[in-house]
Design a protein around this ligand. Structure first.
Ligand code: MYA
Ligand code: JJ1
Length: 388
């Protein structure tokens, strides 16, 4: 059934529940001399290219490929539209490798027709911190689908990750593959219900009118938490301590150092927003919340082209109740003109989703590890990792 995935060192469906298999790497690392030195062969019309995301021209080519060919919902009404600024941020974290930003071009025209990326990350699995690649932005042009290009691209990124002496990876997908470590549900909180209904993102509930719906989703004009402010550069050490201690409770979570926190959580306009609570008395940093910006193109609507969505990222509450903190995040997102606030049921998110009027979406997100076996699937609430 999975001709490619059956050949890979991933948890196989047939191994589910086999308690003779232990947790940890499926295959041992090989000596670097045994890693294939040449790229895998592509079908002859195509060639590999390494994408320099510093180049405005290359970044635009990647942006356009994804804008026209990346992930859609099950009814093909919306398509993720990552901005160029976002792609640069997502692909250039501390210690990134340009060689992991892999494109495929048509030899004759040089048109970019496929893409896959990795970025390095330290991910803790239970007690062990593992050097991994986070794989994302796998995309094959719509006209080149079902030609088995994806397996070649996955093997090529794997080879280039191995060349850096890294043997594990983490990735997410909307499709079921062998074998999810957990399956998360998307939840959506309407901020601009009229537009969401007009574009078919949501529907008018039973016995609901438009004006009752608008009233239902109304939010305060300002945030409630004293001491809530945007995160700044000088907050990096305190936020790193807060996050490290918070993420320790999850079975799988990133191991962020200060450089990671500066990159991944310091606010970048229209890419990532982070707020924290500084106690007005002690000036301690007690709470933190963040979201990233990922618009979707609205396919075939007369009145609107873009859905502006905020995605819940990392949130930590030690003093402000999480419910209040996240309500403030909704208020901020509303002020900034987002149409919808999305979240997965990871970490402690279940504790606020229903109360803050999020509703379950029609999409799920499956999380995977490459070359690392877990004995049991996790509950979403045991997962402390958000991929972009
Ligand atoms: S998830 C986002 C994926 N992108 C999209 O959904 C965008 C729209 N779709 C497309 O562009 C294409 O449909 C893609 C497949 C490119 C997805 N992850 O070439 P094919 C398997 C993994 O004929 P196409 C993200 O970016 C499929 O089961 N495998 O198919 C994370 C089949 O294998 P098997 C997938 O439709 C990516 C084979 O590919 C996915 O033309 C993580 C068919 O190939 C998928 N999302 O192209 C990648 N979809 O026969 C893995 C299909 O066995 C990383 N397939 O069932 C692994 C770790 C690598 C690093 C390791 C380091 C140590
Ligand atoms: O956004 C998603 N679904 C929306 C739109 C559905 C349109 C018809 N298919 C949705 N809307 C309902 C909102 C409603 C608001 C009021 C309260 C009740 C709910 O459900 C879904 C997620 O739910 N998104 C997708 O399907 C996009 C793909 C998701 C898989 C992503 C793979 C990621 C790749 C990783 O790198």
């Amino acid at each position: 059934k999975h001709k490619f995935w059956e050949t890979q060192p991933v948890g196989q469906f047939k191994d589910i529940g086999n308690s003779t298999l232990s947790e940890g790497p499926i295959e041992p690392p090989a000596p670097l001399s045994e890693v294939k030195q040449e790229p895998y062969n592509l079908p002859s019309p195509y060639e590999w290219t390494t994408c320099d995301m510093d180049s405005e021209e290359t970044c635009s080519e990647v942006y356009n490929l994804l804008m026209n060919n990346y992930v859609e919902d099950d009814e093909n009404m919306f398509r993720f539209n990552y901005s160029k600024e976002f792609l640069r941020w997502a692909l250039r974290p501390p210690g990134y490798f340009k060689s992991w930003h892999i494109g495929v071009r048509v030899k004759t025209s040089k048109k970019l027709v496929a893409f896959i990326t990795g970025v390095p990350a330290r991910i803790r699995v239970r007690e062990e911190v593992v050097n991994m690649a986070e794989i994302n932005f796998l995309c094959v042009h719509k006209k080149l689908r079902s030609k088995r290009l994806a397996p070649v691209m996955i093997k090529e990124v794997t080879r280039r990750v191995h060349l850096e002496n890294i043997w594990q990876a983490a990735y997410t997908a909307g499709v079921v593959l062998p074998t999810p470590i957990t399956t998360c549900q998307y939840w959506h909180r309407s901020l601009n219900p009229k537009k969401l209904i007009d574009v078919g993102f949501s529907r008018l509930g039973a016995r609901m009118t438009m004006s009752r719906t608008i009233k239902l989703y109304k939010l305060p004009d300002s945030t409630a938490t004293p001491g809530l402010r945007k995160m700044e550069l000088h907050d990096v050490p305190a936020v790193t301590r807060l996050l490290k201690s918070y993420l320790g409770q999850f079975a799988v979570a990133p191991d962020f150092d200060e450089d990671d926190v500066e990159h991944w959580l310091l606010p970048t306009e229209n890419v990532v927003d982070s707020y924290l609570v500084e106690s007005p008395e002690t000036h301690e940093i007690t709470d933190f919340c963040s979201f990233y910006t990922l618009p979707s193109s609205i396919l075939g609507n007369q009145n609107y082209t873009t859905l502006k969505a905020a995605y819940s990222y990392y949130n930590v509450s030690t003093k402000t109740p999480l419910l209040q903190l996240m309500n403030d995040a909704l208020v901020v997102a509303k002020q900034k003109d987002y149409d919808v606030f999305n979240a997965l049921d990871v970490m402690q998110n279940e504790s606020f989703l229903k109360e803050l009027k999020f509703g379950p979406g029609d999409g799920q997100l499956h999380y995977y590890l490459y070359n690392y076996r877990l004995q049991h699937a996790l509950k979403p609430s045991e997962l402390g990792l958000v991929l972009l």
